[in-house]
Design a binder for this molecule. Sequence first.
Ligand SMILES: CC(C)(COP(=O)(O)OP(=O)(O)OC[C@H]1O[C@@H](n2cnc3c(N)ncnc32)[C@H](O)[C@@H]1OP(=O)(O)O)[C@@H](O)C(=O)NCCC(=O)NCCS
Length: 507
Amino acid sequence: MVLRSDSIENDADALKKFRKLRFNLNLGETMVVCKDAKLGIQFEHTQYRREKVIMTSVFSETAPLIFNYAEQIKKDFVIDKELYESHHVNIGLRDIHGNGVLTGLTEISEIVSYVQDGDQKIHCDGQLYYRGINVKDIVQGTINDNRFGFEETVYLLLFGKLPTKDQLQEFENLLSVYRNLPTSFVRDIILKAPSKDMMNTLARSVLTLFSYDDCASNTSISNVLRQCLQLIALFPLLAVYGYQAYRHYEHGDSLFIHQPDSNLSTAENILMTLRPDKKYSELEALILDLALIVHAEHGGGNNSTFTCRVVTTSGTDTYSSIAAALGSLKGPKHGGANIKVVEMFEDIKTHINDWQDEDEIVDYLNRLLAGEVFDKQKLIYGMGHAIYSVSDPRAHVLKGFVEQLAKEKNMYKEYQLYEKIERLAPEVITKKRRIYKGVSANVDFYSGFVYHMLGLPKELYTPIFAIARIPGWSAHRLEELINVGKIIRPAYLNVSQRNDYKPLNKR
Ligand SMILES: CC(C)(COP(=O)(O)OP(=O)(O)OC[C@H]1O[C@@H](n2cnc3c(N)ncnc32)[C@H](O)[C@@H]1OP(=O)(O)O)[C@@H](O)C(=O)NCCC(=O)NCCS
């Protein structure tokens, strides 16, 4: 079947297929000739000459030649592991004991995973401090007052002190003023080319906002602070609207673009704009708020924050450095782990007959590490951390209300399975990997489960992490701009041989 753009206007079925094809290919107006094997159709745009550009249905198809190139470089690019040792390379910017190489100073947050006893490091329960205040106390403080605490956390991270009541009110007003997208942004940018990956939507939206900003490249502190506050305020809208567009165009759901409410907290606005009927319970919003607080900041060395700092040091604009951080957070070893955990559990539940049988669970975990099951990446998601050893305090906070929520949501059996794996996985990993310091459940182990119980869609799990973490990135960008000014530029030693250039006819 061939569809021509000038002939489909009156054919509802063809139009529907055309829209789906356009969406699948994500090519917008520039598409010229496309085939879609799955839909069994071919689309031709008559404004262009066919021979000029030909795109097959599968934009992402790998030509056979590329497989050959890939096989070749997989062999040729391997660098002898021993060279890393003999040249004392700090792989992953770690020393030989697995500790991060010191690359900067910060006053924004502190992660504690051991106590020093003379020459000895004694691993302890992890602690996390935002501007010197234990995050558990921040969480407890907001629980005690039965109020939302994310906005106060953002204030603390950005300005170094807890706000007074008036300061908090003033700051929340400022955020709600900035929770306003430029005119037509939703129509022209978010609805026009939806993506099935909301982290991709977020990053593209952030980069596009550059062109709406008259002072986009200005790196003065006041301008950067304005941009950061604007992005902090807008992230929930960009993520949720991107999701609504995706549901509408990809799954045929009705399209809802609810306006944010200036009287609501960030957590409430996320839930309100997400739900077709705008309804959510207070408990749901409070739990989401707590999740946002514990994800808000995690030192300068975590992958996305370090990325933000690296990119900042080149002197580039706020949109570029935040988009780069988003690209890092998306990865499954970082923020993307929360989706992976839930998917891994879906796989576990289908492959384990008896959820009580610990031998069967251990066997599955071993197969995960061997790369035989699930995504074959040899990882148990939600386990391990670059710094924490005995425990991750964020996982501890989340676990604090998971059990009760699981009971309420009739998911206690799942909760028990999570608990078993939380206990068994560290033993399995320790036997199979070189662990310097111990391994335990990290923040992502329970966060996805919490979001699942709150009825949040999987596509928004990592964006919620991003909504929470952009205050941390912002604080680090500002700290870097105010203090250092030196471009980050580590070294890579060349270990290849020199070669002579051979003319083409002599190769
Ligand atoms: C977070 C993570 C990347 C930290 O890795 P790291 O900084 O190398 O941590 P460690 O130094 O303790 O790891 C020691 C070894 O154990 C491995 N390891 C740690 N956690 C693991 C896990 N969950 N599954 C499999 N292997 C793991 C590491 O890959 C490393 O092996 P290597 O030396 O061959 O690279 C790692 O734990 C991981 O990939 N976890 C799963 C993904 C995840 O949950 N990420 C969210 C983090 S908040």
